[in-house]
Design a protein around this ligand. Structure first.
Ligand code: SF4
Length: 356
């Protein structure tokens, strides 16, 4: 049982983050925000995959203005990601952004920050102080050195300094992230930060890499932190279609038994007993179960000899044989079909379960 560190609760649009609210899974679009149609298309795909919060980059006034139309056409809270220009932050909020990610120290002084804070208060918008290893102030790097597993201090001090700037303006609707591309620095950094603040924490490993490297790095760092009760929301960063970030995010939460979404798919690695093209069958089944909502366990196994036994706990499964395939439920034979009909029959059974 995971004992979650108690943090304050803030709201991003209608979604609560922190406190006892469910850990939310975020992603960020990689489209040009000014291209509303393409951005909307990507956000719809993210929504379908279960994304709780989406972030878009705001590089200029046109992108800030585009937020209005994007917001009107999506169902999940929208966060604007802004660097340096306070006018973009203000414009993004005026156009409906429900959260912003900025570094208060980068905005050009207290007066400009005050304008951002005034807008955030007026529009009830929380601010994420998002510090990356690459964005740490020079004096902190000089004092504490580049953040490392042994000493992530510069990251933490940078975040807390930015938080203080907001607090001095009477603003406390804050989330914090301190991202490093190094797994171990991420872990020790968040562990230490979590002892120093009760603001909700947004977890992530930055520039984590492609599908495999990024998934492994993020899962190790975030898996350890979440298991220790640290973290209220997160993004898995992948050099990939952002929809994959959401899929990985939910698998991570599922593996820690924190949150489930849709069916769990288990499949055998195949071995010398496999006599069917299990990889393509598993791929088709995986594609289908991603559209399902029911929280069942689905198994795709290579052989009739061991498959059903190995996947006894599955609600429904298939196993390939020589010329025939079987569909089993809880390890017991349910239907025997010609191998050529196996996939189609199985997908029909899944459909029945989803509609039941
Ligand atoms: S289910 Fe059958 S084919 Fe798959 S790994 Fe086990 S023994 Fe091999």
């Amino acid at each position: 049982m995971i004992l979650r560190k108690q943090t304050r609760k803030i709201h991003v649009g209608g979604l609560a983050v922190g406190g006892n609210s469910p850990i939310s899974v975020q992603s960020m679009t990689n489209t040009d925000t000014r291209d509303v149609a393409t951005t909307l298309n990507q956000i719809e795909r993210l929504q379908d995959a279960g994304c709780d919060i989406v972030r878009v980059a705001v590089l200029d006034q046109d992108a800030a203005i585009a937020i209005r139309e994007i917001r009107e056409n999506i169902l999940i809270p929208l966060i604007a990601d802004i660097h340096f220009d306070y006018r973009l932050a203000v414009a993004a909020m005026e156009n409906g952004a429900q959260g912003i990610r900025i570094n208060p120290g980068n905005l050009g002084g207290p007066e400009k920050l005050a304008r951002v804070v005034d807008a955030a208060k007026a529009h009830k918008v929380p601010i994420r102080v998002g510090v990356n290893s690459g964005s740490i102030e020079k004096d902190l790097l000089k004092e504490h050195g580049y953040p490392s597993q042994e000493k992530p201090t510069a990251l933490i001090e940078s975040a807390l300094r930015n938080v203080r700037l907001l607090e001095e303006q009477g603003f406390e609707e804050i989330k914090i992230s301190i991202k490093s591309s190094d797994t171990l620095t991420t872990i020790s950094g968040y562990q230490q930060l979590s002892k120093l603040t009760d603001y909700p924490l947004h977890l992530g490993v930055t520039e984590a890499g492609g599908l495999i490297a990024g998934t492994v790095k993020s899962s190790v760092a975030l898996g350890i932190l979440l298991h220790q009760g640290i973290g209220d929301t997160f993004r898995i960063s992948l050099t990939r279609d952002p929809v994959e970030e959401i899929r990985v995010g939910f698998e991570l939460l599922r593996s820690l038994k924190i949150r489930e979404r849709g069916p769990e798919l288990i499949s055998c690695p195949t071995c010398g007993r496999t006599q069917i093209d299990l990889f393509s069958i598993a791929e088709e089944v995986e594609r289908y179960v991603q559209t399902m909502e029911k929280q069942i366990k689905v198994a795709v196994m290579g052989c009739v000899v061991n498959g059903p036994g190995e996947a006894k706990e599955a609600d429904i499964g298939l196993a390939g044989g020589n010329g025939v395939g079987i569909i089993f439920k809880k390890g017991k034979l349910y239907k025997k079909v010609k191998e050529d009909d196996l996939l189609e029959t199985f997908l029909e059974e899944l459909k029945k379960i989803e509609q039941a």
